[in-house]
Design a protein around this ligand. Structure first.
Ligand SMILES: [Zn+2]
Length: 117
């Protein structure tokens, strides 16, 4: 029996999206979430599914734990209000998203907001 390493994120159709632009965690395709992290990601992002990853499924997997996420969770995306490139840290509190000019607000005064949240 193969050993379970952890989980990766899938969309509602069951397709693995980890490392894709639609992945809200910002994790890379070779990174595997340990079960506690996987549960917290699913709780924060309803609509996504978990895909079990077994030893040998992906090359040189790297297990990521919940404690790793403040560094690992930095994500670049586009603001859904003003379409500027923004950067934020999981779990994406309002006001934590900044554009390249280091502003937390859109030109029209709203908070920058990531596309998927
Ligand atoms: Zn904005």
């Amino acid at each position: 029996m193969k050993q379970l390493l952890g989980f990766q994120l899938a969309n509602s159709k069951g397709e693995n999206i980890q490392g894709d632009p639609e992945d809200p965690t910002g994790l890379a395709s070779f990174e595997v979430m340990d079960p506690m992290l996987a549960l917290s990601v699913i709780a924060k992002h309803p609509g996504f599914l978990l895909m079990p990853i077994f030893q040998g499924d992906i090359e040189e997997p790297q297990i990521v734990f919940r404690e790793d996420m403040p560094q690992k969770g930095v994500t670049h995306t586009m603001c859904r209000h003003c379409e500027l490139d923004i950067e934020g840290i999981s779990p994406y509190p309002e006001g934590e998203w900044r554009d390249r000019g280091n502003n937390t607000h859109c030109p029209d005064g709203r908070w920058h907001a990531p596309q998927r949240f």
